[in-house]
Design a protein around this ligand. Structure first.
Ligand code: PMP
Length: 352
């Protein structure tokens, strides 16, 4: 065989997901709320409108309009993607050139470094201090290193912490390169810059329908930015990136404002329940629980890996990152069961 894979992809392995069946899955920051029958019936009726032999609308106009209306934005500042993940990929491959540098914070969403690698860009790693971002230090880091781009999630996956709007603005206003502000979890917080995104000449705000809206299966995300950036994104994305089924289904759900507002409320309640239930258990056992502005709770424990394995034996899957566990807020029964098992683990009654 003559053909060789190039060095940058030779040793890559596919994104790995635990495909085993678990009674309780709290590992991927998904919503615990599946669509109610009433909306599923609307979706089924809308399927009749699709011409399956035709390509989708390349601009996803109806979808972007419904998104704009839900958040009170102007449609012209919005581009739809096949999940925000696709938009991250498009931004890295088109707004950066080979050997450009990008500031990525640690820890943060793992795909940023992955796409930087694929684009052969240099990653400038900015380590957070105990999961917190020191904005002035970050600004100085960017000033000294002069990267073309900085990307970070706010609120952050996996730390669950959030920066205030004024702090994020300081980063944007003190940096000459492009700021990619990933607001995947911003529906659970209130420090979004989505409404002022178009006023900046160097900002892209990313959002997703996969979290609060509970539409992870559809793969729909959005970029919000000024017109110059939006037309560059339109020019660089693949033409029919969001399929017709996802366009029509996400549009239908976005028009159900009352339903979505209810989802946000229920998920925040679930997250607060989980946080408040875990806090005393963690305090008694020397485990740190971060504040949370997301739909998950992030804890730090020397026993994280053991606890992770113990929960698996109880048919509960969470996410483990070294000494940290990230636990998605589930429905009431799931949360109660999880808390019971964590309590058991720390009481020392756990058998692994
Ligand atoms: N950004 C962050 C911070 C995320 O956590 C995720 C999903 N886990 C994404 C982007 C990707 O979301 P999507 O489903 O829209 O591709």
């Amino acid at each position: 065989m003559k053909y060789e894979l190039n060095d940058k992809i030779k040793s890559l392995s596919p994104y790995s997901v635990d495909k085993q069946t678990y009674k309780i899955r709290l590992d991927a920051n998904e919503s615990f709320i599946n669509l109610p029958n009433q909306i599923v019936e609307q979706l089924k009726a809308n399927l009749d409108e699709i011409n399956f032999n035709r390509y989708p609308d390349p601009d996803a106009d109806e979808l972007c309009l419904a998104y704009a209306q839900y958040y009170g934005l102007d449609r012209k500042y919005i581009v739809a993607g096949n999940g925000s993940d696709e938009l991250i990929s498009v931004i890295f491959s088109s707004f950066l050139k080979k050997s450009d540098s990008v500031v990525v914070l640690s820890p943060d969403f793992s795909m940023y470094k992955f796409y930087a690698h694929i684009c052969e860009c240099k990653v400038l790693d900015y380590p957070k201090c105990n999961a917190e971002i020191d904005v002035e230090e970050l600004i100085e880091f960017c000033r000294v290193n002069n990267p073309q781009m900085i990307v970070f999630s706010n609120p952050c996956n996996p730390t669950s912490l959030s920066l205030e709007t004024s702090q994020v603005k300081r980063v944007i206003e003190n940096f000459d390169g492009l700021v990619v502000l990933d607001e995947a979890y911003m529906d659970f917080d209130d420090s979004s810059l989505i409404e002022s995104a178009a006023q900046y000449d160097n900002l892209i705000v990313l959002r997703t329908c996969s979290k609060m809206m509970g539409l992870a299966a559809l793969r729909v995300g959005f970029a919000v930015a000024n017109e110059k950036i939006v037309s560059a994104l339109r020019a660089t994305k693949s033409p029919y990136n969001v399929n017709s089924v996802s366009q029509i289904m996400a549009t239908t759900v976005l028009k159900n404002k009352k339903y979505l507002d209810g989802c946000r409320k229920r998920i925040i309640e679930s997250r607060d329940f989980l946080y408040n239930a875990l806090k005393p258990i963690c305090a008694d056992n020397g485990v740190e629980v971060m504040n949370t502005k997301t739909n998950f709770v992030f804890i730090k424990s020397e026993n994280a890996a053991l606890l992770f394995e113990y929960l698996k034996t109880k048919n509960i899957l969470v996410r483990c990152f070294g000494k940290y566990l990230r636990i998605t807020a589930g429905n009431e029964n799931e949360n109660v069961e999880l808390v019971k098992e964590i309590k058991m683990f720390f009481k020392g009654d756990a058998v692994i």
